[in-house]
Write a new protein. Structure first.
Length: 255
């Protein structure tokens, strides 16, 4: 328990943060900028990749492995938080290189199987403007190379069988099958159920269902997560998430 508290404190005070080393459990993670935030969590024997980035970013994944001095087969699992193109565009290439098993929510699996991902709707002015721009200019980034998932989940999954202190929890709202990954009970890699790119509010600029997003935020806070790493933007704290939750509960209850 002591190392988990120290790890959370280290995340709060270390700026900028590229890598965390939790000496007592020999686990670490690295952020990879691949058009969206991807993450490698690992120990000496096992690596897990969270999300596979946007188009033409495969080289950044390979570069991250080189910096870690790890071979591709060190990556044993690839967890996909959701299947929008900027999180799965390099998935087929990474799976081919590493041989890793893909873990995904069952409601997202059909998108990577078919090679066509969906575009999310805008949830604020920025998101709606971006979606209009994509539609108006017929910008099609939704196509990816099809790939078969290995493990489909529909509920929480304890990943301790990997030798890492990880749990996957469903956090729908940005998409129907969005999931988050909890590390050492205190750190959440939350995909796009929250954005941290503009201002204090972490409301996602695109998404599927506002009420589901709010419910997912409550789940993460109730699990005791202190630090959050989103798919877009920088890390934020539980205090910031709670304030955003309070704001949007009031906003959506009045609509």
């Amino acid at each position: 328990m002591k190392h988990k508290v120290l790890l959370a404190l280290f995340c709060i005070i270390s700026i900028p943060l590229i890598e965390i080393q939790a000496q007592s459990v020999n686990e670490f993670f690295r952020i990879i900028k691949m058009g969206s935030n991807s993450f490698i969590i690992g120990n000496n024997t096992t690596g897990i990749l969270i999300d596979a980035g946007s188009h033409n970013k495969f080289h950044k994944f390979k570069s991250a492995l080189e910096k870690l001095k790890k071979s591709p087969d060190w990556i044993k699992y690839i967890i996909i938080t959701h299947t929008h193109y900027d999180h799965v565009a390099n998935l087929a290439e990474i799976k081919k290189l590493t041989g890793a098993q893909i873990i995904i929510h069952k409601d997202e699996a059909r998108y990577i199987e078919s090679g066509y991902t969906c575009l999310p709707d805008g949830m604020n002015t920025i998101g709606r403007t971006g979606r209009w721009f994509v539609d108006f200019f017929n910008i099609d980034k939704t196509k990816i190379k099809p790939v078969q998932p290995d493990i489909r989940i529909n509920s929480s999954l304890d990943m301790s069988f990997t030798g890492l202190d990880l749990e996957i929890v469903p956090t729908p709202g940005h998409s129907n099958g969005s999931i988050s990954v909890i590390w050492n009970d205190t750190i959440a890699f939350c995909g796009d159920v929250a954005f941290a790119i503009i201002g204090f509010d972490v409301w996602p600029i695109t998404g599927k269902d506002p009420q589901y997003i709010l419910n997912s935020w409550k789940v993460l806070l109730n699990l005791g997560c202190k630090i959050y790493y989103p798919g877009h933007g920088k890390r934020f704290t539980d205090e910031r998430l709670q304030k955003s939750l309070d704001k949007h509960i009031d906003k959506h209850s009045s609509q």
